[in-house]
Design a protein around this ligand. Structure first.
Ligand code: OXD
Ligand code: MN
Length: 591
């Protein structure tokens, strides 16, 4: 046995001694193994078979009702120096955290099977990919990891070759919110998660490894691990531009990644290709560009709102080989959520559906499905080199203030734009929904180190020689006086992406403003769009006094992050504030 596998075996033995499982199963990722696990879960009630005619090999899982989202206040980054975790992360000293976790894990797998899950984040043959091993007592987690990562024998072979891997120990424990905690030890490449079966808390390859641990590694190794979708836009000339876009959880990353071009665009030959919907690892290439891979192999998407109008590609991939978590079901056992035709008879808790008790599907109900089933999945998603990124897009859910789109004037300004991102909170995490909070680069819950150091890391890419992507900010969620969205969104977002591509190729026009470069409405293709007068007036308008307040609030936010904030970023904030003060209002909107 190689010494690499000896280290892995040793860890597995140690964990077994601590957790006392009845059996140990090393996962090979095969179909036969999956079928056996599904049978076990159907027998235990962990999975419920759905209609085999309409949804072959699809299953429903109902979580414990108190375990349906990420728990940010129980998610710790355990660095040896407290300040290295930053004010953006709950922190605990590593020794204390290990002791706390060991006490929770002691004997917790008695009577259960312990699964050893080797996985690879990224195409198995890619230098940019990284491996991990998750130990879990949840067969539901194994079934999800099999879809979300390259899991099993091939990953184990790579681990044996490479030696280094992230270790993740997970137990559902008693699913008791009082005994729930997720610890990250970035300096040890280790994760320990107890007491939750929910995706972001339990599928350790995703948020825990591919974002929190990877962001920490990326900083020391000179790359970026980001909460971004990646899509390719092919124009009628057959040229494809790849765009990475960061939005907070449940703000439409999956829909944007799978966008269907609106009618005129489709006719003219525009195509959109999906690379990933949640996570993007970007490395500087020898050519000075940033090259990106999607470390995941599947989608763990929010179900409610996914419909023939919002995301036909997603619907097309969800009629076979998928796991649904916390959705409702129809009389003929089809999965159902708000936004779909038909009617539910059971809600997400398995109760008879009663609208008085709330929606049929939990607002954070999910589907898990292989990316290969997505009709727009790009062949380049499996390219070991990744794809070159032409533009980075930041966006939030903002009912007011922030225009539909603007371009940062340079990299430093773009980093400020990302650092000052804010968005209304959603059901993807426990806590109040709809409250505007700062969520820099959509990484508030996921950055595994101090935000100030993270901003410095981003700024460090701005050095000479780099052919960096242009940075943009979008807001699809602006609302009018009546509370309705002003922009149609979904497929029509391609109109905004087309303008960005025009900016990259130097063909599209923009107006310079203190907050960045804005198109006039006439610079966007609005053909066939019925925009209201209010939308035409305000989608691209600048409310100068409100922006002045926004910049003040950004400065306060940077101050709150403390003395580590790079002076360059503070200066950039001051520069924008000063140019706002000096700005003579030019209405960028075409009447
Ligand atoms: C997710 C999230 O599940 O961001 O992707 O919560
Ligand atoms: Mn996410």
């Amino acid at each position: 046995m190689s010494s690499q596998l000896a280290a892995l075996n040793q860890w597995v033995d140690d964990v077994a001694r601590l957790t006392q499982p009845a059996a140990i199963h090393w996962c090979d990722g095969s179909d036969a193994e999956n079928a056996a696990l599904v049978a076990i879960m159907q027998a235990s009630g962990d999975l419920i078979g759905l209609n085999p005619q309409t949804h072959p090999n699809c299953h429903l899982h109902r979580s414990h009702p108190g375990d349906v989202a990420r728990v940010e206040h129980l998610t710790f980054v355990c660095t040896s120096e407290r300040d290295d975790a930053g004010p953006n992360n709950p922190w605990m000293a590593p020794a204390e955290a290990h002791a706390k976790m060991d006490a929770l894990f002691a004997g917790c797998m008695r009577g259960r099977t312990m699964y050893v899950v080797p996985y690879c984040m990224g195409p198995i043959g890619s230098k940019l990919a990284r491996c991990g091993v998750e130990i879990t007592d949840s067969p539901y987690v194994v079934a999800n990891m099999r879809i979300m990562t390259r899991m099993g024998a091939a990953a184990l072979a790579r681990i044996e070759r490479e030696g280094s891997f992230v270790t993740g120990l997970h137990s559902i424990g008693e699913l008791d919110p009082e005994r729930r905690v997720i610890m990250h030890f970035p300096e040890e490449l280790t994760i320990k998660s107890y007491g939750s079966g929910y995706g972001g808390n339990a599928l350790l390859g995703k948020k825990c490894h591919a974002l929190r641990i990877a962001s920490h590694q990326a900083r020391s190794e000179g790359w970026l691990a980001e909460h971004m979708l990646i899509l390719g836009i092919e124009n009628p000339k057959g040229e494809t531009h790849y765009i990475a876009a960061a939005f907070p959880s449940a703000c439409g990353k999956t829909n944007l990644a799978m966008l269907i071009p609106p009618e005129g665009y489709a006719r003219d030959g525009w195509k959109v290709w999906t690379i990933g919907d949640d996570i993007c690892w970007m490395h500087p290439g020898e050519d000075g560009r940033l090259w990106a891979i999607n470390p995941e192999a599947g989608f763990f998407g929010v179900a409610p709102g996914t419909s023939a109008k919002t995301n036909p590609n997603a619907l097309a991939m969800l009629d076979r080989d998928a796991i649904f978590t916390n959705v409702g079901v129809t009389a003929d056992d089809q999965p159902w959520w708000e936004g779909l035709p038909g009617a539910p008879v059971k809600d997400w808790q398995g109760r008879d559906y009663d609208p008085a008790k709330g929606p049929a599907a939990h607002p954070n109900s999910r589907f898990t499905v292989s990316a290969k089933q997505c009709p727009s999945y790009s062949a380049r998603a499996e390219d070991p080199q990744g794809v070159p990124i032409s533009a980075i897009v930041f966006g939030g859910r903002r009912a007011s203030l922030v225009p539909l789109v603007f371009e940062a004037r340079d990299w430093t300004h773009g980093v400020l734009v990302g650092a000052s991102m804010a968005s209304e909170t959603t059901a993807a995490a426990t806590g109040a929904v709809g409250v505007v909070r700062r969520d820099p680069m959509a990484m508030k819950p996921f950055c595994g180190y101090h935000f100030a150091d993270y901003f410095a890391h981003w700024l460090s890419f701005g050095g000479s020689g780099a052919k960096l992507p242009k940075i943009f900010h979008v807001n699809w969620f602006r609302k009018g006086a009546d509370g309705a969205f002003l922009w149609p969104g979904f497929g029509d977002n391609l109109r905004v992406l087309e303008w960005m591509i025009g900016r990259i190729s130097g063909e599209a026009h923009a107006v310079d403003t203190p907050i960045g470069r804005l198109p006039r409405l006439s610079d966007l293709n609005t053909e066939g769009l019925a925009l209201s007068a209010e939308a035409r007036e305000s989608l691209l308008a600048l409310d100068l006094p409100a922006w002045h307040d926004e910049l003040e609030s950004v400065a306060v936010y940077l101050d709150e992050l403390g003395p580590r904030v790079p002076p360059e970023l503070r200066r950039e904030c001051e520069r924008v504030a000063a140019s706002l003060a000096a700005y003579e209002a030019v209405d960028p909107v075409d009447a």
